[in-house]
Design a protein around this ligand. Structure first.
Ligand SMILES: Cc1cc2nc3c(=O)[nH]c(=O)nc-3n(C[C@H](O)[C@H](O)[C@H](O)COP(=O)(O)OP(=O)(O)OC[C@H]3O[C@@H](n4cnc5c(N)ncnc54)[C@H](O)[C@@H]3O)c2cc1C
Length: 420
């Protein structure tokens, strides 16, 4: 795959990372997927190896103990890290979004207590936004609360799909702290250590394919944490969450490409060696369509993702570009793995190959971190609102003035602010 803009050193680093993932992480996948004591030991060995080879936490800023790699080279690195679902954890980038959130908004004490061990890979974070009772797609509906009681926050919350809470040192809980404020300024982010009295893991929610991930239902009942555990300003919870998600989605999409490319390689290897009805699968029209369409879709998703990264690198929030790649990239990932499974027949359905697990993981991407429909709706609103029909000539569209648009689409803008 072409890597425009990457220096010779950047390309060499990417190649080293690719070798590490292909030669050390992928062979360890059977042990890593079992979710037992052997898994912990296997992951510990990989982390030590990544540190020894100078491949640890490369995208984290230097001042917090990371490699200080600039944004674009790190974007490219994610494509090869993503070849294995376990790549992120093995090379110390799993908690990057939380590290950046703490780096941007954490107090001196919060950074000392949580950030250093997070970057070192000694602890894991978790984030609690979604609640079972209300639509996670509209976070303004969240019901969890936190109120000041002397020097402490008293938190009452019911969350679920708090991924990794069962092994995390803390959960960043999003809760209403300003009930009388406008709806986008009601919520704050509060760091709650998972061993605080009143913090209960109700259960690890059983999920499709039993692929692990520790998606927990948690309940916090009158949990007291010092008022300094507030992350960012009071009422700025949505801003904190938005900053956490933005660049993270670009890294996700690059890793999905790594997964899609691996599935594509498996598809081609099978198609060029399996013989049926007088020819190799790779010589049959329908299978050729799978290969050609997969190649085109991967290429398109990759260029779109790199374009979003470029826009962000140039200082834009790139929200439309990121929404585009979030739903488009998730679909490409899903469809390429689906075709790869099909080309393998029964073997594709078996867990002798990684494809079955990859498929389940790919399916979740269309829901987690914002359902497809929400991202599409955001893009459609943004795109459509720049145009209005001219009276008497419905097919001719001209851009309208911003102020007029704001007035006409006040409701949509409201909706857009809720969509992060
Ligand atoms: C694997 C996984 C890991 C997750 N990890 C975390 C985590 O660590 N922390 C956390 O807080 N949350 C996490 N989540 C939750 C995730 O963020 C939510 O599932 C997501 O935001 C959707 O919310 P919901 O499940 O409540 O679905 P709902 O909001 O109830 O939406 C259900 C469906 O309604 C449709 N829909 C919703 N809004 C619209 C709209 N505007 N237009 C059209 N259709 C719409 C979509 O089809 C959507 O899938 C995780 C989810 C998964 C699957």
């Amino acid at each position: 795959m072409a890597t425009p803009g990457l220096t010779t050193e950047g390309r060499a680093l990417r190649e080293r990372m690719r070798r590490f993932i292909d030669e050390q992480v992928i062979p360890a996948e059977p042990a890593l997927g079992r979710d037992d004591a052997g898994t912990v030991a296997a992951m510990r060995r990989l982390k030590a190896a990544a540190k020894a080879e100078g491949l640890w936490a490369l995208g984290h800023p230097k001042e917090i103990g990371g490699g200080g790699l600039p944004f674009m080279p790190f974007v490219y690195l994610n494509e090869v890290i993503g070849r294995s679902h376990w790549g992120q954890a093995a090379v110390g980038t799993l908690s990057m979004q939380d590290s950046i959130m703490l780096h941007l908004y954490g107090t001196e004490e919060q950074r000392r207590r949580w950030l250093a061990p997070l970057v070192a890979g000694d602890i894991y974070p978790s984030v609690g936004l979604t609640e079972p009772e209300v639509a996670g797609s509209d976070p303004t509906l969240m019901q969890s609360t936190a109120r000041l009681d002397g020097d402490h926050w008293m938190v009452n919350a019911h969350k679920w799909f708090t991924s990794g809470a069962n092994r995390a040192a803390f959960t960043t809980i999003f809760a209403i702290t300003e009930p009388d404020a406008p709806k986008h300024a009601r919520f704050s982010a509060i760091i709650v250590p998972t061993d605080t009295p009143g913090y209960e893991i109700v259960r690890v929610v059983p999920t499709m394919g039993h692929t692990g991930g520790g998606h927990c239902e948690i309940r916090l009942t009158d949990v007291r944490v010092p008022k300094d555990n507030l992350l960012g300003e009071r009422g700025a919870g949505f801003l904190v969450a938005q900053k956490r998600l933005g660049p993270g989605r670009i890294f996700h999409c690059m890793r999905w490409l790594g997964q899609a490319e691996r599935a594509f390689e498996l598809m081609c290897a099978r198609a060029t060696t399996r013989f049926a009805h007088g020819s190799l699968l790779s010589e049959k029209g329908e299978i050729q369509r799978y290969v050609a369409e997969s190649a085109a879709e991967i290429q398109a998703a990759r260029l779109m993702t790199l374009d979003a990264a470029r826009a962000m690198d140039e200082g834009s929030e790139a929200r439309v570009e990121i929404a585009l790649i979030k739903f488009w990239g998730a679909r490409v990932l899903h469809d390429v793995i689906d075709r790869a499974i099909q080309v393998h027949g029964a073997l594709g359905w078996s867990t002798d190959l990684p494809l079955a697990t990859m498929y389940v993981m790919a399916r979740q991407m269309r829901i987690a971190d914002g359902a497809d429909e929400v991202h599409k709706s955001f893009v459609a609103n943004k795109k459509a609102k720049a145009y209005k029909p001219v009276e008497g000539w419905p097919s001719r569209h001209v851009p309208t003035r911003k102020a007029e648009l704001r007035e006409r689409f006040a409701d949509l803008l409201d909706h857009e602010a809720a969509n992060f």
